[in-house]
Every structure is written in C-alpha cells, then in structure tokens.
Design a protein around this ligand. Sequence first.
Ligand code: ZN
Length: 182
Amino acid sequence: MSTVAKGYGLKINRAGMAICPFHAEKTPSAKIYPDGFHCFGCGVHADVIGFTQRLFGLARPIDAARKLNDDFLLHLDVDGGASPAQVSEYRRRQHEREKYERWENEAWLMLCSYYKLLREWREMVPDCPDDEPDRRFIYALHNLHHAEYLCEEFINADEDGRKMMRSEVERIAGFLGGLTAD
Ligand SMILES: [Zn+2]
C-alpha cells in the first residue's frame, strides 16, 4: 500500500501518516497500513484498489486495478482474475520493491553522514604547518571530493544506477561501522 500511496504522491512520515488526498488538511491524519488506507479526519477507508479508484475518480474497481497494473507494472491478469501463481508473483514483486526502497533509504542516509563527517574532518587543519596532521584530516583531504561525488551520483542515478553503487555503499557502511566500534 505504501508503495502505491508514495507512487501517487503522498508523503508518508515516520509514523506512517500522510496528508489525506480526500479532504483539505494541513497535518497528516491519514494512516497508511500495509494493506489499506484509513483517514481519521474524513473517515475514508479503502484497500489499494479502492484508494486508487477514489483518487482518480474511476467508475469501477476493475479500472483501478488496470491503472495499478499500468502504473506499477504488476502484470496482473485483471480480466481473467489472478491465479495463485500471479498473486504470489505480485507479492514477490512488492516484497522486492519494499526491500529495495528500504535499502535506498539507508544507503542515502549512509552517504550523507559519510559526506558530513568528512566535511567535519576536513576542518581539522593543523594549527602550525609543522604539526603532524590528524589522520582524519588526511583522510578527508583524500576522500571528501569522492564522498561529494557519490552523493551527487546517487541523487542523479536511476534505480539500476543506484543498485550498481551497492558495493561502494557497503564499503562506506563498513568504514563508518569501524569508527563506532573503536
Ligand atoms: Zn481524509
């Protein structure tokens, strides 16, 4: 459900709440459940299909199912009714999607904190030019530019591009993990 809600522009906060698209409000009162939507403000309650139908003003649930198929490439056979194999395929895809989105989130936060840390280290300039520089300062000198580049790459990349950065993200995660272990 959250994949669809996000796909259609809802911003879901940490508490799983979003601004309800079905009534005017400034603070989120709509809760996004794994398999449904419920607004505590206007009382709309719907599953994924009902939500989509209402959001786009579609006449029939089948139209909403078709739209979901098109928009999220679910490849469900909406006209013949989904077979068990298709349903499990749909679940598999959704599971994969959620797994990727979680990773994407974590990877982004990881890259940001790496970049932020290196910027702090870059400021640890030795007081006198003759002083032995802090090894973190040296590290930042060598890697800050690359860290900035990684953040930009990640923002600009599409999903495949981000997946290709996986090993780099893991290396940085290992590096940051090693710091806290000290
Ligand atoms: Zn509402």
